[in-house]
Design a protein around this ligand. Sequence first.
Ligand code: IPM
Ligand code: MG
Length: 380
Amino acid sequence: MDYIKDFEKIVSQQLSRVEKMKQTQDFIDYQSLDKIIIGVIGGDGIGPIITAHAKRVLEYLLGDEVKKGKVEFRTIEGCTIEKRAAAGKAIPDDVLDEIKKCNVLLKGPTTTPRKGDKWANVESANVAMRKELDLFANVRPVKVPELGIDWTFFRENTECLYAMGSQGINITDDLAIDFRVITTQGTERIAKLAFDYARKNGKKRVTIITKANVVKTTDGKFLEVCKRVAKDYPDIEVDDWYIDIMAAKLIDEKRRSQFEVMILPNLYGDILTDEAAEFQGGVGTAGSANIGTRYSMFEAIHGSAPRMVEEGREIYADPSSVIRAGAMLLSHIGYQKEADKLFDALEICTVTEKKLKVTGRPDGATGAEFADYILEKVSE
Ligand code: IPM
Ligand code: MG
């Protein structure tokens, strides 16, 4: 009956998280800091390579700010799967201390082990970082103008099946149970952020995505809380869809261009945003913002692509995902002009001019060549 104690522990952890969330903090104003420290975490596999390209681009765009002492780039070492597995921790303590000294992070993908891998089955570094820094909103834009697609997903980032993803219980050899967590406060804050974003950006519709007809308690709460928040935004139209039909409707040419802003629990958001990114050219092109009140972290939406490294193709990995994450970072910390320049360069290099094609293979450009191409455009 040990599992009853385990369950009690889980409940009390989550109840204290709720208490913490009740003490809501205002969002940090990065520009009011004496110095903004941008931590750069390379990660695993193709991560260190593509992140270095993105860092090079950001260093160029923020060159004057670095000279003035307003911005510092700081490389965070040791967040590799080797070190994490050796420490038996998702993020070793000393690495986490260094991370917390930064204000904002640019992060390469990290390897997430699973049972049977050569690594200890530690929790995902992504998931741990999102929880540790309370990065509750995972904002993932997908734009394909020629298809009329302009979507912004607000994926809740600290709850759902991810909250206790490494704390499931094997009740017996035959019975395994995981826990799904949805809270009022956790849902309110993601919903508010999505509606505020919609209002500020002239979006007319917000879509709530759940499976509340089947997963009645947790998804039921998510839907109810989102609808309650929606009442404060009478100027915005709200609709709600189930995740299965939503996955289908993203493919429906007539329907898909009607979606604008989407709010969804963590796991549905994980899955749907990979599907969505495919319209834009795949996960290699998509950046994502992990936003909290005190910290924020910007990363690609894809993994570390160990196969590319095994096959010696890492220099051909597409850095546009992390470069796009870098543009989102610039905008978030108050460098909108520089961010716009970089977004424009990405548009030129991947859509309109597209002088180089990154294919992930030797028939395409290398990541370094692509980054040079971006630098050429931002310096014009
Ligand atoms: C993502 C990734 C992560 C997630 C993995 C690497 C843990 O797929 O950022 O979408 O599941 O959130
Ligand atoms: Mg994912």
